[in-house]
Design a protein around this ligand. Structure first.
Ligand SMILES: NC(=O)c1ccc[n+]([C@@H]2O[C@H](COP(=O)([O-])OP(=O)(O)OC[C@H]3O[C@@H](n4cnc5c(N)ncnc54)[C@H](OP(=O)(O)O)[C@@H]3O)[C@@H](O)[C@H]2O)c1
Length: 226
């Protein structure tokens, strides 16, 4: 498969590049010009297209001929970074390409997620503060996902729990709604979040799904599988 990783230089992006290479995929990475050096360890093994991920020309070049596109949706700045990125990926990817997007549990597809007071408070407080200081616009990540959910492309939106670093524990488990018992532990290793994203490229059951994921070795996942 030819796979584009949009946001390749970030922590999640670098893990996705590694997993994609491990699976034998040809990889094209997009990242900001100033971050190209973060991908030095992949030199000669991937193609890098430097630029902002919401630059439509950059995305048009990067996704050309790709069978799959893995997009890190981030809300940084006040510049429609998430929605601009998602829109460009949907507009320019080949019609049959598998599109897999990352976000957090705070995104809801159908409004049936049940959130803890902690997450509700975090979104309610952090969102306006981040916007006030022009650091991030969480609403734009919501807008990006609204557009993805409405699109006829072959999308999957992977919604991750809280994240931690550490060695891989295997493919996370998932459920349709935050609040489902299997997700209660609310923790996933970042390396396994990336694994889920890359594996989703070849899992057609995840087309038009917004799986909420949690680490497969967490207590709630183990209890759910028992
Ligand atoms: N962090 C969490 O606890 C958490 C929890 C659940 C879900 N998620 C989701 O996981 C995904 C990855 O998040 P992460 O926190 O792990 O971050 P990450 O993988 O380190 O990715 C951050 C990305 O944002 C880019 N970036 C940073 N500052 C920027 C700026 N000012 N303007 C434009 N781009 C900028 C980085 O590019 P450079 O390399 O160029 O800096 C990188 O591609 C996101 O979709 C997030 O919603 C995160």
């Amino acid at each position: 498969m030819k796979v584009c990783v949009v946001g390749a230089s970030g922590q999640l992006g670098q893990y996705m590049v590694q997993h994609a290479l491990d699976r034998g995929h040809e990889v094209v990475g997009v990242c900001r010009e100033r971050s190209v050096g973060k991908l030095d360890r992949f030199k000669g093994r991937i193609t890098i297209i430097p630029g902002a991920t919401n630059d439509r020309d950059v995305i048009r070049k990067a996704v050309a001929g790709c069978d799959g596109v893995l997009t890190v949706l981030v809300p940084w700045g006040v510049q429609q970074y998430s929605s601009g990125t998602a829109q460009a990926v949907m507009d320019y990817s080949p019609p049959d390409a598998r599109l897999v997007f990352s976000c957090g549990w705070h995104i809801s597809r159908d409004g049936k997620d049940r959130y803890s007071w902690k997450l509700k408070a975090l979104v309610a407080i952090a969102g306006p503060i981040a916007r006030l200081f022009r650091l991030a616009e969480l609403d734009d990540q919501v807008e990006a996902c609204r557009r993805i959910f409405a699109s006829t492309t072959k999308w999957t939106v992977v919604r991750a729990s809280d994240l931690e670093e550490g060695d891989s524990q295997g493919l996370p488990v998932w459920s349709r709604h935050v609040g489902d018992a299997i997700l209660e532990s609310n923790l996933t290793r970042r390396v396994d979040f990336a694994l889920f994203m890359v594996a989703a490229l070849e899992n057609d059951e995840l087309i038009h799904e917004a799986p909420a994921i949690v680490g497969c070795q967490t207590p709630s996942a183990r209890a759910g599988k028992a």
